[in-house]
Design a protein. Structure first.
Length: 316
């Protein structure tokens, strides 16, 4: 489906070097912040207590923060959860203070601020469990990247595979760099968003690479740069429709989903924007610089001309 069709190919690859220099600077800045500041890991990774408290009326978060701050506890996060009558409190493990004692002090402070406060749930995450979650998260990220690499290696010529992997890692590092630079909380939902972005980004690269491969079969007189420009331009309508609709849904979660979905939607927003950018200016450009040419696809082209091949002449 196309809402519009661009009649003249846009010369994306003419400016590929400029955009990739910008991309490299952004990538290096992300690495710098990850190295110097690190991620602001949530209680799920560092260990501590998660507490849900309900009130029969709208909660004054500032008042609750003031009473808990008077206890001298540091790095405590208080935010609305689900509704304006519920709050979630994240308590990092405090040195020299037992977990039960810390919880009791916090509950007493909340009761002093408002006697109607009712604790609905208290959940403790030990440091060992937090370390295991962090390790499992890294394993999940590694397996996803490995799976994508294997898929691309089978589906495409190796130059395409290398280009797509570099673009995907580019997206992940930049998302993590944003969270490190602004010290946004990195939690399990954010990790899930990063994994989702990996799949989302590689899908866009696959669509463009499929069209490039098809263009090599169809347009014998075009050079590599012209073929890539045509492939990106011809998929532009699809890109705008698909990513525009997805971004609208993600932005609705970002602005109206409340604190629970805020960082999850923020990671998706950054990932989708950079996923489009990397598929066009990073992945396609790297494939071009690696010297992708018609001869690399001769086997596929031979199969494409085979009348007995059910995929002959397929267009993405």
């Amino acid at each position: 489906m196309e809402f519009f069709k661009i009649r003249r190919d846009i010369a994306f690859m003419r400016h590929a070097l400029i955009f990739n220099v910008i991309s490299l600077i952004t990538f290096l800045a992300a690495v710098f912040f990850l190295t110097t500041r690190g991620l602001n890991l949530s209680v799920e990774f560092t260990g501590g207590t998660i507490m849900e408290v309900n009130y029969p009326h709208v909660v004054d978060l500032n008042l609750a923060r003031e009473h808990i701050a008077s206890l001298g506890l540091k790095d405590i996060e208080i935010q609305n959860f689900g509704s304006a009558q519920d709050i979630m409190i994240r308590l990092p493990a405090a040195k020299g203070l037992a977990n039960e004692e810390q919880n009791t002090r916090v509950i007493n402070a909340l009761k002093q601020a408002d006697e109607t406060a009712q604790v609905r749930r208290t959940e403790f995450v030990g440091p060992q469990v937090g370390d295991e979650l962090a390790l499992d998260g890294l394993k999940a990220l590694g397996f996803v990247i490995l799976g994508i690499m294997l898929y691309l290696a089978v589906r495409f010529e190796w130059k395409f595979s290398v280009a797509a992997i570099v673009a995907n890692l580019h997206d992940v590092i930049i998302i993590l760099g944003f969270f490190a630079a602004f010290q946004w909380e990195f939690s399990l939902p954010v990790l899930a968003a990063v994994l989702a972005v990996l799949g989302y980004s590689v899908n866009e690269s696959v669509v463009i690479f499929d069209r490039i491969r098809e263009n090599f079969r169809r347009f014998r007189k075009m050079n590599t740069q012209e073929i890539i420009d045509n492939a990106i331009t011809s998929t532009m309508s699809r890109t705008i429709i698909t990513h525009g609709c997805t971004q609208l849904m993600v932005l609705s979660m970002l602005f109206f989903g409340g604190p629970t979905l805020h960082y999850f939607a923020l990671a998706l927003t950054i990932g989708i924007l950079f996923g489009i950018y990397s598929s066009v200016f990073v992945a396609a450009a790297i494939a071009m610089w690696l010297g992708i040419k018609r001869e690399d696809l001769m086997k596929s082209m031979k199969n494409a001309n085979d009348p007995d091949d059910p995929n002959s002449g397929a267009v993405v």
